[in-house]
Write a protein that binds this ligand. Structure first.
Ligand code: RIB
Ligand code: CA
Length: 316
């Protein structure tokens, strides 16, 4: 099996952190680096959280590059604290990381590593896309050099989760999403239409915690605030594995149902700002610019996630 080399651009964030753990628990994947961005929480906390979660998993060898503290245009009008807690990692209390970030901005780190390994790196975007948008503008040569781009973001037929019409990662920096969507990179979009079908339950987390492990305890503590939010606002005993589902493209693609569409994002600044819309009826005659996961065998993915967390919990 050839391992897939990936970089994750991220705003950890509870489900971001679960994505790192899933990548580290998956033999199909070689996690090469994390680049951080503001999103769920500010850049200082997202960067600290990235270092801390890698340290928890014994993966401090993996470089972390700090990225943008603000979106391209409009300051972030919302915070993810209600979902991710004030630390960004729910009720998890990880020690201050000993490891340091690399001495290079995330934009330059992405450019250097993508150009150094043309057609080798798959980039996973699981937060606002500010870093990548600026990397494309600074060095357009990364577009042909990137193997693939997998994006957690948007909502096609599903309503939004931060406004009725917009999903958080896109809404937080719609201009960055617009640049990325139209750059010409092969894109796989994992929207809310699929991710909301991947619900980790409190029973799943309790089952995992029959293993005495800091990883199992982290999953329980990190998702605690997330679970409370879903119970309070969506009356569900669980939380959606938005970001981890992106890795299904590499570890279990058979679970996803893809459609090819021209997808755009509204940057007009009105009530639907950040809305992602697909030309489902092909009326615009615009070329397809991405494949979109419109469905998933959600419970099968959650069980795969738990299996991989169990194997990681037994190792750490
Ligand atoms: O809408 C879900 C996305 O917003 C996820 O990436 C989550 O971490 C938040 O950033
Ligand atoms: Ca995220």
């Amino acid at each position: 099996m050839t391992t897939k080399r990936i970089i994750i651009d991220t705003d950890p964030g509870v489900d971001d952190a679960l994505t790192f753990l899933l990548a580290l628990a998956s033999p199909e994947i070689q996690l090469e680096a994390l680049t951080t961005v503001c999103g769920n929480i500010g850049i200082d906390k997202t960067t600290r959280n990235a270092l801390a979660v890698l340290e928890l998993a014994g993966a401090s060898r993996i470089p972390v590059a700090r990225g943008c503290a603000l979106p391209l245009v409009s300051p972030l009008g919302t915070s993810g604290e209600a979902v991710h807690g004030t630390s960004g990692l729910g009720k998890a209390d990880l020690p201050e990381p000993k490891s340091q970030i690399v001495d290079q901005h995330a934009i330059d780190f992405l450019i250097e590593h993508i150009l150094a390994e043309p057609q080798e790196i798959t980039l996973f975007m699981i937060g606002p896309m500010t870093n990548l948008a600026l990397a494309i503008r600074k060095e357009p040569r990364i577009v042909p050099a990137l193997k693939e781009l997998v994006i957690m973001g948007g909502a096609i037929k599903q309503g939004g989760n931060v406004t009725p019409l917009a999903e958080f990662n896109i809404y937080a920096d719609p201009h960055a999403a617009h640049i990325v969507f139209h750059a010409g990179i092969p894109i796989t979009l994992i929207p809310l239409d699929a991710t909301y079908k991947c619900l980790l339950t409190t029973a799943d987390v309790e089952h995992l915690n029959r293993i005495d492990s800091p990883i199992a305890r982290f999953v329980r503590d990190a998702t605690a605030v997330y679970m409370d939010f879903y119970k309070k606002y969506e009356n569900f005993d669980g939380c959606a594995l938005h970001d981890p589902l992106t890795l299904a493209t590499l570890i279990a693609p058979e679970l996803l149902t893809f459609e090819e569409h021209h997808v755009d994002v509204d940057i007009s600044g009105g009530v639907s700002n950040g809305n992602t819309f697909a030309d489902l009826m092909k009326v615009s005659k615009k070329p397809v610019n991405m494949r979109v996961a419109m469905d998933v065998r959600g419970r099968d993915f959650v069980e795969l996630f738990i299996d991989r967390m169990e194997s990681l919990s037994r190792r750490i």
